[in-house]
Every structure is written in structure tokens, then in C-alpha cells.
Write a protein that binds this ligand. Structure first.
Ligand SMILES: [Zn+2]
Length: 453
């Protein structure tokens, strides 16, 4: 482990699932924690942080380009609107974005995610090719745009190039409006290797069982390393199509046909039966929930009590970017269950951790780290030196009993209460007017007259 090169002292810090007082935090030149020591007086000359400290969280599911669509799909002029009509309109945006615009959109988004308490983002990245489907001179141009944006913002990036081959279980080709997404197993492996950087790692992804051939999914799983993400069972129509085409429900199909192990991260997993939850738990795979997007798209409610009781690793993601802060995501996760079940504190673990917010926070902290390929995460030696400083002057947090701070952040602080955010031992800027202006210019270009969603 590297020697300590910088130190900070925090009045309180969330360590190992509880608040510890008077914590000395030391980072090495490698950007990782070299020491985390509670119950020590602040040494002279060491910077005292102004408020309590939390570890950052992983945003485990992001499509950065969809930030350009947030707030633009909230009108209905037809008799019916659902996930599939939203998707057709979203593909319309995907048709127009250039690599330069993607970089501008992603850099702005990544600053928002940092301000929302995320220090790492997993990009489920399928927007690869030029508008007509031809390769860019650099086939990894769109991946590089994301890498450049993450470097500019200072957020960690787990790039997940996506296998995307067909329009549906019985449609061997892609639709014309999906031609920018086309990839083979070899393409995905090449993209996984193409992008490197100090805060970048990579896994792979399968868009969904409907969008990739079974033999390709098996080949990708066997020939790749790192986390392996897949959209699964987000919509009942997808479950029905999978049953009709294969005789299996989607998670059932994965359990029977692939080595559904700890590498696998099942995104959404909204429509499941209890045998599928048991299977996922037995295999050690993780589940990534995106409550803000799932609510926005009318996906349905996942069996959160079932996943929690089975001990399945859970993570959260901003997905379509209508929500961009983890306190809001956790609030939606719990409130969906309360509304559906007409109960309170559904996610708490009586006898272990009665605080709903604390239990969910620790679950998604551990699950998010796995989803992003980290063996160590949080305020502990060897983990990357990431932290969030809560603003002690935030009106929502003043006067709260200290043990209820996480409950207050998740359930009673509508704004983002983070005063400062550190990634890899460096404080990050949470607003940059140049990045905001570039985003605005990209939005104006995308939504010029005639470009309505
Ligand atoms: Zn997604």
C-alpha cells in the first residue's frame, strides 16, 4: 500500500455501516486510502472537513446520451403512451447525436452525478457508429467521447460496450433506427480494450436477451473478463416474448444457459417469480435497480422485499437520467414499495439495521462496487479515496439527531446536501460554466426547429 501523502480529519464518517467520530483519513499518491482511523484528535496542520463524511456511491447503470432527452418526453398527444412509444422517440434522439455532442452531454451529466453523490458511473454504452451505421475512422470514437467526458468531470468510469445484434427474438436484423448500435462479439471485445485512463475500467454488456443471439451471449461470456451487465425483465412484453421464443422467462433462461455467476449484473429485473430470485441468489449475480427511470417509464415495481430477503447484491442506476442523485433514487426505491404494499420502512432490517436509509445505502454501496468491478469500496484502506462531505449548514439537516443523518439525507432533504466531493484523493468541481455552456449548445443544436422529440 502506498505511503500517506495527504490527510484530512472528519468530525464523523460512515465506516463499516455506522457513524464513527473523529476520523483521520489518509490517501496515498495512488489515489487510494492508505489509512482510515476513527477516535483520534485532529493532528495539527491537517485539514478539518466541515461536516460528516460519507463514501461515494456507484451509479451502476447510465446511458449518458439520454440526458439530452430528460424532460422532453413528458407530454402525450395520443390515446396511449408506454415504454415502447418512449423508446421509439428516444431512438430518434440517438439518431442525431455526434461524438462531440455526446462528449458535451456526458461531461455535463457527470458533473451532475458527482453533485448527486456518485463518484463512479457504469456506462451501458450502445451508441457506437455514425448516423448511417458506418464505422467512424476510430471505431471507438463514441466510447472515447465518454472517456474524455469522465476525465474532464473527474468521475470514475466503468465502460460497458454492448452486444446489440437484432431487433427482437424473432427479428434477425436490427431496425433502421438501430443501425448505430450494431456490434458483434469481436466488436465488443475490441471496444473493451480500446479505452484506457487513470479512472477508467471496463466490463461488457448484452443489451437484452431479445437483442442478442444465444450463441453470441455465450461466446461473449466465455471470452470476456470483468462485470457483465444485461437488461432483463424490464417489461412484461419482453417476458412474454422470451417465453414464446424460448419456453423460459428471461432470468430462468439465463440460469439455464449461462454461468450466471458474480460477474452478471441484471439491470431492472422488474418482473420475476420467486424461483428466479432464489436462482439469482444461489448463483451470486447482482441486480441493478433504476427506480427513477422505472417510475418515469411505468415499468412496474420490482420485488424488493424478495431481493433483500434473498441477500442478492443490489445496486442503483440513473439509467435515462431523469434522476441524477442517489438520495432521490433510494427515496423512490422505498416509496414505490410503500405505495404498492401500504406499509412503511419496507427495506429496513429489524434486529440488524432498523434505519431504512442506512440499510439501503450499505446494500447499494456493496452491490454498486461489484457492478463496477471494484474489490474494495468505501472508507477503508485500499479502496479508492472517494468521499462526500455533507453540508452541516444545509437547512434540511440542521438539528437532526446525529444517528438519523442518513434517514434525513434520503427521506427529508429534497436538495442535494453534498458540500464537497472527492474522487481518488482530489476534490472535484461540481459546477463548470464552460461545461454547462457546451451542454446548452449541444441541446440547442439537437432541438433546433424540426428536431422535436
Ligand atoms: Zn438501460
Amino acid at each position: 500500500m502506498a505511503a500517506v501523502s495527504q490527510r484530512w480529519w472528519a468530525p464523523r464518517a460512515w465506516i463499516g455501516g455506522r457513524w464513527r467520530d473523529h476520523v483521520l483519513l489518509g490517501a496515498g499518491a495512488d489515489g487510494c486510502w492508505a489509512e482510515v482511523v476513527p477516535d483520534v484528535a485532529a493532528p495539527e496542520g491537517v485539514e478539518r472537513l466541515a461536516g460528516p463524511v460519507l463514501p461515494g456511491l456507484v451509479d451502476a447503470h447510465s446511458h449518458a446520451f439520454q440526458r439530452a432527452f430528460a424532460g422532453l418526453a413528458e407530454r402525450r398527444d395520443t390515446a396511449h403512451d408506454d415504454f415502447w412509444s418512449w423508446r421509439d422517440r428516444m431512438f430518434g434522439v440517438a439518431q442525431r447525436i455526434t461524438p462531440e455532442q455526446l462528449r458535451a452531454i456526458a461531461a455535463h451529466l457527470y458533473l451532475e452525478l458527482l453533485a448527486g453523490g456518485y463518484t463512479q458511473v457504469c456506462e451501458f454504452h450502445y451508441l457506437q457508429h455514425d448516423h448511417d451505421g458506418s464505422r467512424y475512422a476510430d471505431p471507438a470514437a463514441m466510447s472515447q467521447a465518454l472517456a474524455d467526458a469522465s476525465a474532464e468531470a473527474g468521475i470514475g468510469l466503468t465502460l460497458l460496450p454492448v452486444l446489440y445484434e437484432r431487433a427482437g427474438f424473432t427479428a434477425p436484423e436490427l431496425r433502421p433506427d438501430q443501425r448505430r448500435f450494431a456490434t458483434s462479439v469481436a466488436d465488443v471485445l475490441a471496444l473493451q480494450r480500446a479505452v484506457r485512463g487513470p479512472l477508467i475500467n471496463a466490463g461488457v454488456a448484452v443489451h437484452s436477451l431479445r437483442a442478442a443471439r444465444p450463441e453470441s451471449i455465450l461466446a461473449l461470456a466465455e471470452s470476456s473478463a470483468g462485470p457483465l451487465h444485461v437488461h432483463v425483465a424490464e417489461q412484461t412484453a419482453e417476458v412474454d416474448d422470451c417465453l414464446a421464443a424460448t419456453g423460459c422467462r428471461p432470468i430462468e433462461w439465463l440460469a439455464r444457459h449461462v454461468s450466471l455467476d458474480q460477474r452478471w449484473q441484471l439491470v431492472h429485473a422488474t418482473h420475476t417469480v420467486s424461483a428466479e430470485i432464489d436462482e439469482v441468489a444461489a448463483r451470486g449475480a447482482g441486480v441493478i435497480l433504476c427506480p427513477g427511470t422505472e417510475g418515469n417509464l411505468g415499468d412496474g415495481l420490482t420485488d424488493l422485499p424478495g431481493w433483500l430477503a434473498a441477500g442478492v447484491p443490489l445496486a442503483i442506476g440513473s439509467d435515462s437520467q431523469v434522476t441524477r442523485a442517489w438520495p432521490e433514487e433510494l427515496r423512490w426505491l422505498e416509496y414505490g414499495q410503500r405505495l404498492g404494499l401500504r406499509r412503511r420502512n419496507v427495506s429496513a432490517a429489524p434486529g440488524v439495521e432498523p434505519s431504512t436509509a442506512a440499510w439501503l445505502f450499505d446494500c447499494v454501496s456493496a452491490g454498486g462496487a461489484k457492478a463496477a468491478g471494484f474489490a474494495r469500496w468505501g472508507l477503508l484502506a485500499g479502496a479508492r479515496a472517494d468521499l462526500l462531505v455533507l453540508d452541516p449548514r444545509d437547512p434540511a439537516l440542521r438539528g437532526l439527531p446525529p444517528d438519523h443523518l442518513l434517514d434525513g439525507v434520503v427521506f427529508a432533504a429534497p436538495m442535494r446536501p453534498f458540500a464537497r466531493v472527492m474522487v481518488a484523493g482530489r476534490w472535484r468541481t461540481l459546477h463548470d460554466e464552460k461545461i454547462a455552456s457546451r451542454f446548452e449548445a449541444a441541446m440547442h443544436a439537437l432541438w433546433a426547429p424540426g428536431g422535436t422529440p
